[in-house]
Design a protein around this ligand. Structure first.
Ligand code: PEP
Ligand code: MN
Length: 388
């Protein structure tokens, strides 16, 4: 497999790593294990910890590349460890006399705000994701037929979407449901996107599909079920196209950012995060759409974050309120399922909006976005006026 990957990379002309993060190599950083600043942790010893136990902890921390600052109180000793090493909190916690280990620095580095303060803006053609403009991606869940794909692309473009979405390889819960049209679907999606002057995002499910999908798509989508497919993420780190990384169905935000780190550390700095709802105890909606993830990610990371209220809600009547809330919460964009005949869609029909609903939503977003200092596509207004 390793040879096969190398062969594919050579064919794509990627013999050497290409950094998208503003020249990591120029900064003298090692892509495999980037020295992105110092690590910090605090080790709280037990009240009755002996001097020998304290010394053993200090010794292990020093071996792990840390400088240790000791603070000896009346009842407890606290050790502050800082340095450029890679301390293993789990191992320290196992040592005799240790009460608690508090990690101060995050385990992800390249994805963090500490590493890069200013927001990352990803440019695809004339679309900028992560800038002032709220970018709307829309289209069917799956490519089903030429007319279906064409009609959806025209409808979303008319309403002001800038990116066309649609799947040709579908990760379905059941192997007996529609699995996508494969390359034929990719061709339909590409043709429709080209005809409407839209950027195309489509899902890559497997390592073996990268080379094919790269020929058709502008942005790779990694679905929720693949968020921790580390082999796929690593390989996408070697491509030169942006990666839209959906949050896993039961992933914490930290796990999600660590998955982004796989792509970033491979050399591809263009990762767009996408909140699409998580699995909780609630059954009223398909997933629980975690709007709080938007401000949390904004605080922790410089990467753009968009929201997928279609998979978040699972019902088309709930998509618009969730979409409005996501934009109000600071999302850099949305990805929404739209179908001209959703009641006969081959996948996710219940959550796919009619074009008229999508059109109305876009009109509402044109009011919400400026209220929070963002812009959004005004082209339909220029064509039809504000009343449209
Ligand atoms: C999709 O976008 O159609 C899809 C399958 O998404 P997710 O991976 O979020 O379920
Ligand atoms: Mn879908």
């Amino acid at each position: 497999m390793a040879t096969e990957i190398r062969r594919r990379r050579r064919r794509r002309g990627l013999g050497t790593r290409d950094w998208g993060l503003g020249g990591l190599e120029k900064k003298g950083l090692n892509p495999q294990s980037p020295d992105t600043g110092s690590e910090a942790m605090v080790v709280v010893m037990e009240e009755r910890a002996s001097e020998a136990q304290i010394e053993q902890v200090v010794k292990r921390l020093v071996e792990m590349g840390m400088d240790v600052h000791r603070s000896t109180g009346v009842t407890r000793t606290v050790l502050g460890a800082v340095g450029s090493g890679h301390p293993d909190a789990g191992l320290i916690e196992m040592l005799d006399g240790v009460h608690e280990v508090l990690r101060i620095t995050s385990p992800y580095k390249l994805a963090s705000r500490t590493f890069k303060q200013e927001p990352t803006v990803i440019t695809v053609g004339d679309v900028r994701i992560g800038g002032d403009e709220v970018i709307v991606m829309a289209g069917p869940c799956s490519a089903e037929s030429e007319p279906q794909v064409r009609a959806a692309a025209a409808a979303v473009r008319r309403a002001g979407a800038k990116v066309f979405r649609g799947g040709a390889f579908k990760p379905r819960s059941s192997p007996y449901t529609f699995q996508g049209l494969g390359e034929e679907g990719l061709r339909m999606l590409r043709d429709a996107a080209r005809a409407e002057n839209l950027v195309l995002v489509t899902e890559v499910m497997d390592l073996s599909q990268i080379e094919l999908i790269e020929q058709y798509a502008d942005i790779f989508q990694v679905g929720a079920r693949n968020m921790q497919n580390f082999t796929l993420l690593r390989e996408l780190g070697h491509t030169r196209k942006p990666v839209l990384l959906k949050r896993g169905i039961s992933a914490t935000i930290e796990e999600w950012l660590l998955s982004a780190e796989y792509v970033l550390s491979g050399g591809n700095g263009d990762v767009i995060l996408c909140e699409r709802g998580i699995r909780t105890f609630e059954t009223a909606t398909r997933n629980t759409f975690d709007i709080s993830a938007i401000p949390v990610v904004k605080k922790l990371s410089h990467l753009p974050i968009i929201a997928d209220p279609s998979h978040g809600a699972g019902r088309r009547d709930m998509v618009a309120p969730m979409a409005r809330a996501a934009v109000a919460a600071g999302a850099d964009g949305l990805i929404i399922e739209v179908h001209c005949d959703p009641d006969h869609a081959l996948s996710d029909g219940a959550q796919s909006m009619f074009p008229s609903q999508f059109d109305r939503l876009m009109a509402e977003l044109r009011i919400i976005a400026p209220a929070i200092g963002r812009s959004i596509c005004l082209e339909p207004v220029a064509r039809r006026g504000w009343g449209a």
